[in-house]
Design a protein around this ligand. Structure first.
Ligand SMILES: Cc1cc2nc3c(=O)[nH]c(=O)nc-3n(C[C@H](O)[C@H](O)[C@H](O)COP(=O)(O)OP(=O)(O)OC[C@H]3O[C@@H](n4cnc5c(N)ncnc54)[C@H](O)[C@@H]3O)c2cc1C
Length: 423
């Protein structure tokens, strides 16, 4: 088969990186085709109907902080602002199951972290000098483990920095990359409460990010081909000339471009010699079909439990556990019971397990260590018409929606720049 039109952009992978690339390029008169291996879009950020609970559930509960500017502008662009919700002020309630202590971190609405200076608002039992220790994390030259820069025994670390960085980097911060931690803290905590407002999907994350994108793209003539898995390619003189899909080969013209927006382990297998992260960390999500008790906060941080964050949605409570490899071999029901035990205890709900589902994503993100971070490639490849996108490319951020969307936009801009120079 030949590529449909001169100058077609082929995007491989319909996760958020591929979708963001398509949105960036759509409407400029260029033919665009998205090739997706599975039967659905959204990749790791998809939602789907679940038979066990009779609900639509998310592959993972996705939290977006206001400092994630690319995600929020993307949501505005696809017309889906109404699908996200956030409190007017950045407030983070916590409970420590070791001593049942509860507190609310109130970061306020300003552009500067004034909360650090207020004894009432900062992390309980911390002093201003504890926060000065953060300077070490924000000022260093070569990447190193976060654990070598922060005092892991301090209350600030245990009650805020560890849970925050564990969620953001999906790795125990003791081994996580300080460069990535600095990027996240610099865009959120250091920017005051305004940058920390937590946005969650009103319903399913797919209804906020994926379905509106597909409608946006359809209205602009972008076609999405499902069940279309890329298995190889051919090229000469620095240009790809053929894409091999399970359904057969696709011959490219010199004007066509390709954005490869597949996970790192797929890209590494497809592109000979490409350096990619090779280690991954898992995330466990549990979903329970139950009405949250009145007054349950949209999200609650949990210390010293199995659960790390508990989310309250209409008719559903969900819990997330990051860097959860240690839990992957437990029987699913046992895991659901352990997580529900925390939820029931915290909210005074019956111990009887409600209808539940466990979602285990083994390769949820690349392992955000300094060594793996150093393996992330740029979007430009040795093939002049092949560009990379994905949360694992060199975005400077951990593997998040923000990074995925930024990477897709960058690849799209590189394609647009190339097309301006191709006669
Ligand atoms: C459980 C979980 C919780 C998370 N929580 C958060 C959060 O709270 N906040 C946040 O910002 N981020 C979160 N993330 C990270 C976020 O989901 C990812 O960073 C983002 O979705 C990655 O998008 P992507 O397009 O780079 O990759 P993917 O979503 O992996 O998309 C790649 C796409 O390529 C397709 N594909 C693969 N191989 C081929 C092939 N050969 N041919 C064609 N198509 C192919 C795949 O099917 C997939 O659709 C979470 C992730 C998980 C798993």
């Amino acid at each position: 088969m030949r590529s449909p039109d001169r100058g077609t952009v082929h995007i491989v992978g319909a996760g958020l990186a591929g979708l963001a690339a398509a949105v960036e390029l759509a409407g400029a008169g260029r033919p665009i085709v998205i090739h997706e291996a599975t039967r659905h879009a959204g990749g790791r950020c998809r939602s789907y109907p679940d038979a066990a609970t009779g609900m639509t559930i998310d592959n993972g509960t996705h939290l977006i902080l206001a400092g994630n500017g690319a995600v929020l502008s993307y949501v505005r662009q696809i017309g889906a602002e109404g699908e996200l919700r956030a409190p007017a002020e950045a407030q983070f309630p916590f409970v420590d199951l070791a001593d049942n202590r509860r507190w609310i971190l109130q970061l306020g609405t300003t552009r500067f972290p004034w909360w650090i200076f207020s004894r009432r608002r900062r992390v309980p039992d911390t002093a201003l000098r504890d926060y000065l220790g953060l300077v070490r994390l924000l000022a260093f030259s070569t990447d190193r483990p976060i654990g070598s820069l922060l005092d892991a025994g301090s209350r600030l670390y245990q009650r805020l920095l560890r849970p925050f960085l564990l969620a953001a980097l999906n790795i125990d911060p003791s081994e996580g990359s300080a460069t990535l931690a600095r990027a996240v803290i610099g865009a959120t905590l250091m920017q005051g409460g305004r940058a920390c407002r937590p946005f969650l999907a009103r319903g399913a994350i797919g209804d906020a990010l994926v379905e509106p994108t597909l409608r946006y793209l359809k209205a602009r003539g972008v076609s999405v081909s499902f069940g279309d898995e890329l298995v190889g390619f051919d090229g000469h003189e620095g240009m790809l000339s053929r894409l091999d899909f399970t359904g057969g080969p696709l011959h490219l013209s010199a004007h066509d471009s390709v954005i490869l927006a597949v996970p790192a382990y797929v890209a590494g297998g497809l592109v000979p010699g490409l350096k990619v992260p090779t280690l991954f960390r898992g995330i466990v999500n549990a979903h329970f079909r139950v009405d949250p008790p009145p007054g349950a906060p949209p999200m609650l941080g949990v210390l010293n439990g199995t659960s790390e964050w508990i989310f309250a949605h209409a008719g559903r409570m969900s819990a997330t556990i990051s860097d959860a490899g240690r839990l992957f071999d437990l029987p699913r029901r046992r895991l659901a019971e352990m997580i529900w035990h925390d939820v029931a205890r915290i909210y005074g709900l019956p111990e009887t397990l409600p209808s539940w589902q466990i979602v285990r994503e083994r390769r949820a993100t690349f392992a955000a260590t300094p060594e793996q971070n150093a393996l992330r490639p740029d979007a430009v490849t040795r093939w002049r018409n092949l560009f990379l996108a994905g949360d694992w490319t060199a975005t400077g951020l951990p593997a998040t929606l923000e990074g995925a969307i930024r990477s897709g936009r960058r690849a799209a801009r590189l394609v647009a720049a190339r097309l301006r120079t191709v006669p």
